[in-house]
Design a protein around this ligand. Sequence first.
Ligand code: ARG
Length: 457
Amino acid sequence: MTKKAWGGRFSGEALDWVEEFNASIHFDKVLLDLDIKGSIAHADMLAECGIITQEDRKIIVDGLHKVKEEADKGNIDWDVTHEDIHMNIEHALTEIVGPVGGKLHTGRSRNDQIATDMHLYVKAQVEEIIQSIEALQKTIIKIAEENLHVIMPGYTHLQRAQPILFSHHMMAYFWMFNRDRARMQDALKRIDVSPLGAGAISGTTFNIDREMTQDALGFSDLYHNSMDAVSDRDYIIETLSNINLVMIHMSRISEEIIFWMSEEAKFVTLSDTFTTGSSMMPQKKNPDMAELIRGKTGRTTGALMSMLMLVKGLPLTYNKDMQEDKEGLFDAVTTVRGALKIMNGMIDTMTVNEERLEQTINEDFSNATELADYLVEKDVPFREAHEVVGKLVLKCINSNQYLKDLTIEEFKEANSLIEADIYDVLSPQTVVDRRVSYGGTATEAVKQQIELAKTLI
Ligand code: ARG
């Protein structure tokens, strides 16, 4: 039987299927580099504080580099007997440098060690995610600027509501992603905190210097309570929650793109790269990537729910339940990073079908509010105007035409205040460009919005 790091007080046999269940090495091996980084900072600090000698420090640090080198070459046999990444590395280290490797764990526990690894991991990943969101926002601005002249139907209840600029619609997502980025940025304050030196629960009798390891690892702050340091998983919950908002926003735009790609809408065409065909139906071009982003949102939500349930009712301080904080998080991080990259490419290469949108916007009643407002400006009470226009819409539906097709006589019959300028008033471009209120869809207002957006990324 392989000797265990904690084997001293044990005499009973170990069963491989129990070890298998207990182990986390299958998934926590992705923390290898960060764990070694944390160990080097710890060893340096131990030597600096006179807790181990400089000679031992050198042997340990060189040994840790060697472990990394061998691991990168695939020469290390990760073993469930050594449970997790920490004990597998320590085992590999002592194989290389001998018993002096056993001095590395002085004044440290796996509890503050794993917390340190996870803080480093979450910090690095959140920084990457922030970059990817920013890249996506730039692409949104690009497509918004390129299509400033394109008008499309805006929907409420998925019924045509009022004409809007395609750019205005896209820019709505810019702001959602901007909030996501801000949330991630804000969370960094709570992620970027060093738990190292908290020990198992209560600190350590050794005269360690926690600020030294904090600085060496690039953390901006440190935990002020050792029990909180090893128990806190808020930053993981918060990160999962933030990841989920990004995913939820991407699922919404995915759903819109799926609809826009449909034969019924045909508002946009996705590039071949971001679509797939059907094994049976030769004509198909399916928006699989958008569907997958929509689908994967369920998966990341699952990770958030698991994490919330994991921490619920968990007493202080470390409990092995906490080992379960990793797989869902790792998966959610990989998923959101993949989805952001796909979304960026998909939008960047999407073709906006101007002609189809032009036809669409001229064949609906999304200018009906405009006619009502026109009458209101001529002092007709809004309710009365609403009724007049409603009747005209019904008349058009029954005769298979649109408001712009009505003759001036027909308009006058409905209300004598309507003049020939109504045709211009009803044109989609006029409808859009009269919405000059701040944040509105008028071309000028959208341009202003885009200019502001550019200053934020
Ligand atoms: N593999 C463990 C985890 O991921 C590391 C901490 C183990 N600590 C302990 N006291 N068993 O949570």
